[in-house]
Design a protein around this ligand. Structure first.
Ligand code: KIV
Length: 263
């Protein structure tokens, strides 16, 4: 996947080959992940897996710009989605000013905004002003404190109807795709069927238009907790611990460095 996918290319994947999205927070991993992904998300989840905080709330715009720049440098041919952090899109004016900062100071291709019907006016204001927007509906990590935890959505008829309203509102506001997180699979399927833009799932089952995972979860590097929807493709934490332990033993026994590592 060396040629960068475009927004129209992303839209064409509706109901077609599933989109592959993965998070990255730095140039090193962005380079490694670029070949196998359609889109790289610089998620504010970096505040948890990278900065060690208990949720995403304290990520700042400056941090997101710094990490987005790093990812853009590492994966210059990838389509980059930059998460707008908590508190940076509370009204139309601040949302536009902050998104312009993100666009002017990085090579991000779009911003991602959490929220549904309630955020439609803000999404419209951004898209009307040349900022491409990826929506994010369902379980909203930035609402974890106000909701008292991470709650799977779509468990009631009312919630399911609201999710469809959210997806339609975000689509009408001009979002070219959206993430749907933590939603019962049968409801996510209905949501995906209710709009013409791709709906990319995380913890939302297989009947959507693509999947996104946090790279440190799928590489088994993040050990704090593992949500049910995460598949660990390698046990990265054990691999890293074993490698560092071998290094430590070899340093202590003076086995490292050898002749070939010496000037
Ligand atoms: O911040 C993030 O990594 C995200 C994903 C969970 C979709 O928003």
């Amino acid at each position: 996947m060396s040629k960068k996918i475009t927004i129209s290319g992303i839209k064409k994947r509706k109901g077609a080959a599933p989109l592959v999205m993965i998070t990255a927070y730095d140039a090193l991993f962005a380079t490694l992940l670029a070949d196998s992904s359609d889109m790289i998300l610089v998620g504010d989840s970096l505040n948890m897996s990278f900065a060690g905080k208990s949720d995403t709330i304290s990520a700042t715009l400056e941090q997101m710009i710094y990490h987005t720049n790093a990812v853009c440098s590492g994966a210059p041919n990838s389509f980059i989605v930059a998460d707008m952090p908590f508190g940076t899109y509370i009204d139309k004016k601040s949302a536009l000013n902050n998104s312009i900062k993100m666009f002017q100071q990085t090579q991000a291709d779009c911003v991602k905004i959490e929220g549904g019907e309630d955020k439609a006016k803000i999404v419209k204001h951004l898209t009307d002003n040349g900022i491409a927007v990826c929506g994010h509906i369902g379980l909203l990590p930035q609402s974890v404190r106000s909701e008292g935890g991470y709650k799977v959505k779509g468990k009631t008829e009312e919630e399911s109807k609201q999710l469809i309203k959210d997806a339609k509102a975000i689509e009408s506001a001009g979002a070219f795709c959206m993430v749907i997180e933590g939603v019962k699979a049968e409801v996510a399927k209905k949501v995906a069927e209710s709009v013409l833009v791709p709906v990319i799932g995380i913890g939302a089952g297989k009947d959507v238009d693509g999947q996104v995972l946090v790279f440190s979860d799928m590489l088994g590097l993040f050990e704090e907790f593992t949500p049910k929807f995460v598949k660990k493709y390698i046990d990265g934490a054990t691999l890293v611990r074993n490698a560092v332990s071998s290094y430590a033993q070899e340093v202590q026994s003076r086995e490292f460095p050898k002749e070939e590592h010496t000037y």
